[in-house]
Design a protein around this ligand. Structure first.
Ligand code: ZN
Length: 146
């Protein structure tokens, strides 16, 4: 099995409205995301996928998150205030923890797999995992493999 990993970074604010500690407050992280891909074969260029092609395809996902504020839809009053202030707000169906963000990113990237396979000329290209760091000491990973 061949594996590769590409790193993406973006700053984003969030608030965990279900949290009873400091994370209840508005704050942000310089998120680091590691996207792991795997394949049993290599393409005609001896690659799983060209790193630059991977970047081109996934940048759209990270551009949406860049300098945004992610907030639980249940936090209705705050969502409304932020949206009325014309800020870049992303209301989601969960508290935007690293675990939930890793899961959400995993499925967003998985949805791009058909296009990535065509670009890579590699029909065996698979998504392995998504790991997200809130800081250098704290990370969460989502993978469908137990
Ligand atoms: Zn946080």
């Amino acid at each position: 099995m061949f594996r590769l990993e590409k790193r993406f970074t973006f700053p984003m604010g969030h608030r965990l409205c279900k949290h009873d500690g400091a994370c209840f407050n508005f704050h942000g992280h310089n998120y680091v995301v590691l996207v792991g891909l795997k394949s049993t074969i290599l393409n005609k260029n001896d690659m799983i996928i060209d790193f630059s092609h991977l970047k081109e395809e996934l940048n759209a996902i990270f551009d949406v998150l860049d300098h945004a504020f992610m907030i639980n839809k249940e936090d209705k009053e705050m969502v409304e205030k932020l949206q009325n202030a014309d800020l870049k707000v992303i209301p989601v169906d969960y508290d935007p923890t690293a675990e939930r963000m890793a899961e959400e990113l995993y499925f967003a990237i998985q949805a791009k797999l058909p296009k990535l396979r065509i670009k890579a000329e590699n029909s065996e290209l698979c998504l392995d995992y998504v790991t997200i760091f809130e800081n250098e000491n704290s990370k969460a990973t989502f993978s469908e493999i137990a």
